[in-house]
Design a protein around this ligand. Structure first.
Ligand SMILES: *Cc1c(COP(=O)(O)O)cnc(C)c1O
Length: 393
């Protein structure tokens, strides 16, 4: 046993995230490995069917990441050389990098300080003749102000490609995320709300768009491998454009089939943890959870608090360090894009360009939240937060 035991018990380890993988999911992966068919085939098709049903969209195309999903959805709506695409600065670099890969320019926009989601009024101000699409990110799993964003897009004839990497499952005013925009992109990365290790999905109501994404994700070929290699089907295929290799393997999809079935159960477990956090952090001065609007159903991918570092005895990075010393994994979502070297250098941004995101960045911390966290672990996180912020370092 470790020698650094505390009087309150053995040392604790609470990772920032731990995926929740069922035995049925593991069995499905193993049987896929034994089946002789590993790449995109019947498991990927089954995963698409179940995901599409769960979200209630007309179409779903499985891909090997959300980055691939965003890349192809933006290509499919016609983003090309010279176009501008509205992207929040408060996001992961994947949201913006794909615009650059298509020859476009990501035009960054500031966030609402209470939810860290895109501010529709600032989106409106950032539009130009060259704007082609808006990419709202449902930060942490809290849906963006979709009615306002869709109204802006409709007025200007723009596509709305949602980055819903955090937002399965989530609802905006009773409507499922995945059915609202021109296309919606989900992530099944290892620490997302459901996982296939690596994976992604595009949902859309537009059949033509779904077909274009499917073809682009498979080298621009008009027939996928499963059809090509079935006995009795021809060896031939057509190449209609220079595509990408973005298809999801059946090995990954086998896990996805079981994850998607558990989507709302896992969400409810995270929501229960979030409500304990919110209730028990309420009386800790200087620790403020983000706002949740009453008309959304939050996926609770992230639980983010803002530290009032004027009031507290320590800065955000020291807080994260003290939590780590207590065995608790925290994270920060995100350093805003305009505060990264590449975006500064390439587009000439400075910190003051987006004051809300820049101000939030020094104060935000994401606490651990995952379905299999025990009540005891949640208590330990809350007690540790309380003791760190109330005692001088
Ligand atoms: C995780 C994430 C992505 C990328 O997802 P991958 O599946 O890893 O490509 C994109 N956008 C946001 C906001 C994310 O958190």
């Amino acid at each position: 046993m470790s020698t650094d035991q505390t009087p309150t018990g053995p040392p604790r380890r609470i990772p920032f995230h731990r995926p929740s993988i069922s035995e049925a999911g593991i069995d499905e992966v193993v049987s896929t490995l034994r089946s002789g068919w590993l790449t995109t085939g019947s498991k990927a098709a089954e995963f698409e069917r179940r995901f599409q049903k769960e979200v209630g969209s007309q179409h779903a195309v499985a891909l090997n990441s959300a980055t691939a999903a965003l890349h192809l959805a933006l290509a499919a709506v016609g983003v090309q050389e010279g176009d501008e695409v509205i992207v929040p600065t408060m996001t992961f670099t994947a949201t913006a990098e794909v615009v650059i890969h298509l020859g476009g320019t990501p035009v960054l926009v500031d966030c609402d300080p209470s939810t860290l989601n895109l501010q529709p009024a600032l989106v409106e101000k950032a539009l130009t003749e060259k704007t082609k699409a808006i990419v709202p990110v449902h930060y942490g799993g809290h849906p963006c102000e979709m009615d306002e964003l869709l109204a802006i897009a409709n007025r200007r004839g723009l596509a709305v490609v949602e980055d819903a990497a955090h937002a399965f499952p989530a609802k905006y005013r009773g409507r499922d995320i995945g059915t609202l925009g021109t296309a919606t992109c989900f992530s099944f990365y290892a620490n997302k709300t459901i996982t296939t290790g690596e994976g992604g999905m595009v949902t859309t109501e537009d059949e033509e768009l779904a077909n274009r994404v499917r073809i682009l994700g498979s080298h621009g070929m008009t027939r996928d491998a499963a059809n090509r290699f079935l006995l009795g089907h021809g060896w031939d295929y057509g190449v209609v454009e220079a595509g990408y290799k973005y298809n999801l393997s059946d090995v990954a999809a086998a896990l996805g089939i079981h994850q998607v079935q558990r989507g709302s159960e896992l969400r409810d477990r995270r929501a229960a943890i979030a409500s304990v956090y919110t209730e028990r952090l309420a009386d800790i001065a200087g620790v403020q959870p983000l706002s949740v609007h009453d008309y959304v159903e939050h996926s609770w991918h992230l639980y983010v608090v803002k530290l009032d570092t004027e009031l507290l005895p320590l800065a955000r990075n020291d807080f994260v360090g003290r939590m780590a010393e207590a065995g608790i994994g925290c994270s920060v979502h995100y350093r805003p894009l305009h505060m990264h070297d590449f975006y500064r250098r390439t587009f000439g941004y400075s910190d003051s360009d987006f004051p809300e995101a820049a101000a939030a960045f020094d104060h935000i911390v994401s606490l651990p939240i995952f379905p299999d966290m025990t009540a005891d672990e949640v208590d330990y996180v809350i007690d540790t937060v309380r003791s760190i912020v109330s005692a001088p370092a």
